[in-house]
Design a protein. Structure first.
Length: 137
């Protein structure tokens, strides 16, 4: 799974930094939350369903970049495949609540999310949102 993160130049540290930029204080202290995040990240980076959805987003992004279909802006509102994949990843990992978290990460684009291609930021945002939802369950 690390090969897809390498291809998009994203480290586990990038994921953690981005994830914790939107944390609202809770009863779980930050050190324990970060440890739980790292454990869950490792688990889901080895989950075949997450791997498959991340690869689907990555390959679709590559296809779009190569063939340049009629997409009129960097992240057009009418193009929703990236949102659907991001929400699917979030939902798979963290359930319905993770979809709401996905929306926060998709809107704010903290950390590495602000520097990724539109398709990639949503699949990585879904991964982060799902894991953060599980972290604070």
């Amino acid at each position: 799974m690390r090969d897809i993160l390498e291809k998009i130049n994203v480290t586990k540290e990038d994921l953690e930094i981005s994830a914790f930029k939107l944390v609202v204080p809770s009863n779980l202290n930050e050190k324990k939350a970060r440890e739980k995040f790292q454990t869950l990240l490792e688990k889901y980076l080895n989950d075949i369903n997450v791997i498959t959805m991340l690869w689907a987003g990555y390959l679709l992004n590559e296809k779009i970049a190569k063939e340049k279909p009629e997409i009129n802006s960097e992240d057009p509102a009418y193009f929703v495949a990236d949102e659907i994949l991001g929400m699917s990843i979030a939902n798979y990992i963290g359930g319905t609540n993770a979809i709401f978290n996905f929306r926060r990460y998709d809107t704010e684009k903290p950390g590495i999310l602000s520097r990724l291609d539109p398709m990639i930021d949503d699949i990585i945002g879904g991964l982060i949102a799902g894991i953060m939802t599980k972290t604070y369950e």
